[in-house]
Design a protein around this ligand. Structure first.
Ligand code: MRU
Length: 365
């Protein structure tokens, strides 16, 4: 997607063919800065400290992290160490483990001399696959938006609520939930996005709003708690969110607060869709509430908040009393029964085992 007229992806290789370049997402929306990853440690820090985030982008960065490790030392011990270092960065998104396993399985049988080139090659394929996958999700998702808009009598705007950031910054390009919105916008469907601010890290207020404004998509940031009220007053035509891990039975783990939006949508008969690529499905888990590992992060993300001051400086301030404890749960699980449909690169399905297996029959165990 374009940033001030220049096309960008969220991750790319420098001209030297091995340095990995990313957008430092911790600086957005107030500063657009890119940074270089030169080692597996750099890649691990970028994932852990959320310079890159979003399930598909974490996977792509993990794959390039293994390539950087193989450049330094292609031996078996280093491959295992790099795998563990990257795997331990963030626990919830399936895509990281998926990409790391995929690259390691390719590298393990190879001679050491072949591993660096093979790792870069596979990381690049994972990125290209993600771009094509996300575009396809966007096309299927835009059909859903168009149908709801037509069924509603083509009003002057169709209001779509989204939570967190499931846009091109969360993937390699296009996004998942936002890809549907970008494609609908290309089709001249008058989309308007309600972007949940998504406390505590504000990915909605800072990243979704930034992406949409750079692309010229009408949007309004709302407090996380406002969605239910808007739904009660017919101000939301549908919700589309992304996911970090979807179980084989169709339960969806996504940024904390997604579940409450799904409950409000259910109570108000608002369609609730989840957009996802194949790499987000965890075929080994059926019960999302019991079995998805939920990341907890620093309480400081709750007790403090960052923003731009009147003088243009970016400052972090404390918003809680000095002696108040905070608990920072980063994700929650929305049971399949609250989900109207899953939007994948292969089309739409029910949020159920049969629905998913209908689209991915090769994954039947
Ligand atoms: O903690 P984050 O910013 O990595 O969380 C991201 C999300 O929850 C996204 O909604 C999810 O990764 C889907 S992105 C295509």
């Amino acid at each position: 997607m374009k940033v001030d007229g220049t096309p960008y992806r969220s991750i790319w290789l420098a001209d030297d063919g091995y340095t990995v370049c990313i957008i430092d997402q911790t600086k957005l929306p107030h500063r657009f800065e890119t940074t270089e990853l030169l080692s597996v440690e750099d890649a691990a820090i970028a994932i852990r400290d959320m310079l890159v985030r979003g399930a598909p982008l974490i996977g792509a960065t993990g794959a390039y992290g293994l390539a950087l490790a193989m450049r330094a030392d292609p031996g078996d011990a280093n491959l295992e160490m790099a795998f563990k270092t990257l795997h331990n960065t963030r626990p919830t998104a399936s895509n990281l483990a998926w990409a790391l396993n995929d690259v390691r399985d390719i590298l393990t049988p190879l001679q050491e001399s072949e591993r660096e080139a093979a790792a870069y090659n596979r990381a690049s394929e994972i990125c290209e696959d993600d771009v094509a996958t996300c575009r396809a999700i966007g096309e299927h998702g835009a059909d859903v938006i168009r149908k709801i808009w037509e069924d509603n009598g083509k009003p002057g705007r169709i209001n779509i609520l989204t939570h967190c950031n499931a846009g091109w910054l969360a993937t390699v390009d296009w996004g998942t939930a936002l890809s549907a919105i970008y494609v609908a916008h290309e089709m001249d469907i008058p989309v308007h996005v309600w972007a949940d601010e998504t406390r505590p890290r504000n990915q909605g207020a800072s990243l979704t709003a930034w992406e949409l404004s750079k692309h010229g998509v009408p949007h309004t940031v709302i407090a996380d708690n406002a969605g239910g009220h808007l739904m009660q007053h017919s101000q939301v035509d549908l919700c589309i969110v992304g996911t970090d891990r979807t179980t084989a039975a169709g339960d969806v783990c996504n940024k904390v607060g997604t579940y409450l939006k799904a409950l409000a949508a259910h109570d108000n008969n608002v369609p609730f869709y989840v957009a996802l690529p194949h790499s987000t499905i965890d075929w080994g888990i059926h019960d999302g509430i019991r079995d998805v590992p939920i990341e907890t992060r620093s309480p400081k993300e709750i007790t403090h908040i960052s923003g731009k001051t009147n003088t243009g400086d970016v400052k972090t301030v404390q918003i809680t009393p000095d002696d108040t404890q905070a608990l920072n749960i980063a994700f929650d699980v929305t049971p399949a029964r609250y989900i109207t449909g899953l939007i994948t690169e292969r089309g739409l399905c029910d949020a159920s085992e049969n629905g998913l297996l209908g689209l991915y029959p090769e994954c039947a165990s």
